[in-house]
Design a protein around this ligand. Structure first.
Ligand SMILES: Cc1cc2nc3c(=O)[nH]c(=O)nc-3n(C[C@H](O)[C@H](O)[C@H](O)COP(=O)(O)OP(=O)(O)OC[C@H]3O[C@@H](n4cnc5c(N)ncnc54)[C@H](O)[C@@H]3O)c2cc1C
Length: 409
């Protein structure tokens, strides 16, 4: 691929940069995982910024203009993200809604539903969450147990979801349920969207190691959902879930930490070891070289995806390599950085720790990155089976009725 912008891309980049310079809020590092603002405050700033972006049609560049997008290309989207990343801007609250839930609604909902829900999500007025994972079903999502039973024009839902990011501030959610346990696991699922204020929905925050509580357990007790809020046919919930998961993979795919080798260099120059600055220590340099090489590999792999996008192709399963490498790499170097800081590594106050405590917060979030959007092992399975063509995992439960699967009870 040609790494330089074409004249049209350069023009778009200049436009974006000028707009960001004129409009981006100053000093507002308000994102869904920020430690230096309370969540309510961060959410308020993020909503204001989202409305501004939507007004200028930057909120969803590749969406058609009729639904509030810019009708732009994936490359323009990448250019916008690259420029936006240079500013410390609010974010993280709308990604699930705009990246996964609304695209699923647009594919499987009615035109009236698309019209009703798209604009408020785009402008940050309504937030969505994804109610998929359960205590006994994450990687094996088709093993979910939350039950949906039909009652006239409504469904009655009972069960529990877990790890639901943002459920505590979300207005709506997409939900996958088991409506028929008598058929094999992938065939008995039905998919809905629902108002998170529906009676019987109870959201309980999960406290994380970082001190925050970004995700939740969500309990459903006799929750009534109108049949009109079913997405896809009864029993076709797996197919609908795949729409969401494909969008999730595209959204998380690149997954890199906010800090990279430049920040490591800065840190290692500032740390004094017994024989001088850490940057001169051969053991430190050796580790740094490894992370640099991995970083370059990630960069050029991203360029390969960009090449596919610029040719109008969709990046395929090979994209899984991005997070499979970047998530363990992030955990590795943040952990090393903290060790080098010695006792200073324990300081999490952004005003006191080097680089605004980026290594501390990165280290605390690193394990989550190895799980969210596909665990390391699942990504490696995808690469093995779908990229390298190795034999598939043996899936003994694929054709057995769900209620005949052994549960361990
Ligand atoms: C930050 C974060 C945000 C999240 N947000 C949401 C959200 O908004 N909504 C939502 O629904 N979920 C969310 N999740 C949940 C996430 O999707 C699941 O945690 C993930 O799919 C893994 O499922 P699990 O936790 O049940 O682990 P399991 O699937 O039980 O896995 C346990 C271990 O077994 C390994 N394993 C499982 N299957 C295989 C296999 N076939 N081969 C080899 N090894 C295997 C896994 O790699 C892992 O190490 C979030 C998770 C995180 C960390």
């Amino acid at each position: 691929m040609d790494f330089e912008d074409t004249p049209e891309e350069a023009e778009f980049r200049a436009e974006v940069r000028a707009w960001l310079e004129a409009n981006a809020p100053k000093n507002a590092s308000a994102n869904a995982f920020s430690a230096d603002l309370n969540e309510k405050e961060a959410l308020k700033i993020a909503k204001e910024w989202q409305a501004k972006k939507a007004e200028a049609r930057y909120a969803k560049i590749t969406w058609p203009r009729e639904i509030g997008g810019m009708g732009g290309t994936p490359i323009q989207n990448v250019i916008y993200s690259q420029e936006e990343a240079k500013f410390n801007l609010p974010g993280g609250f709308f990604d699930i809604g705009l990246g996964m839930c609304i695209p699923t609604l647009l594919t499987h909902g009615t035109p009236e539903q698309a019209e009703r829900y798209t604009r408020p999500a785009l402008y940050g007025e309504e937030i969505w969450c994804q109610l998929f994972s359960e205590p006994a079903a994450g990687s094996d999502l088709a093993g979910i147990r939350t039950r949906a039973e039909k009652d006239g024009d409504e469904w009655v839902v009972n069960g529990q979801k877990i790890w639901t990011s943002g459920a505590h501030y979300s207005d709506y959610g997409i939900l996958v349920t088991r409506s028929n346990p008598d058929v094999p696991k992938h065939k008995g699922l039905t998919f809905f969207f629902l108002d998170m204020k529906t009676p019987g929905v109870e959201v309980k925050p999960i406290k994380q190691i970082s001190g925050g509580a970004n995700f939740n357990e969500v309990y459903f007790t006799d929750v009534r959902i109108p049949d009109s809020q079913r997405l896809g046919a009864e029993g076709d919930g797996w197919k609908v879930s795949l729409t969401t998961l494909m969008n999730e993979r595209a959204a998380i795919g690149g997954g890199g930490g906010a800090l990279g080798t430049d920040e490591l260099l800065k840190l290692f120059r500032g740390i004094e070891m017994h024989d001088g600055p850490a940057i001169n220590n051969m053991a430190v340099r050796e580790r740094l070289a490894d992370w640099y090489v991995q970083g370059q590999g990630l960069k050029y792999t991203r360029f390969r995806s960009l090449t596919a996008l610029s040719k109008g192709q969709t990046p395929g399963p090979e994209n899984s390599i991005g997070k499979a490498v970047s998530a363990p790499r992030g955990q590795d170097y943040t952990s090393f950085a903290l060790e080098l800081m010695e006792l200073g590594g324990m300081i999490t106050d952004p005003d006191l720790a080097p680089l605004k405590a980026g290594f501390q917060s990165g280290w605390l979030f690193a394990p989550a990155m190895r799980i969210a959007g596909g665990t390391d092992e699942i990504l490696k399975n995808i690469i093995a089976e779908r990229v390298l063509g190795l034999p598939g995992e043996i899936r003994v439960d694929k054709d057995t009725p769900f209620n005949e699967l052994p549960t361990g009870h």
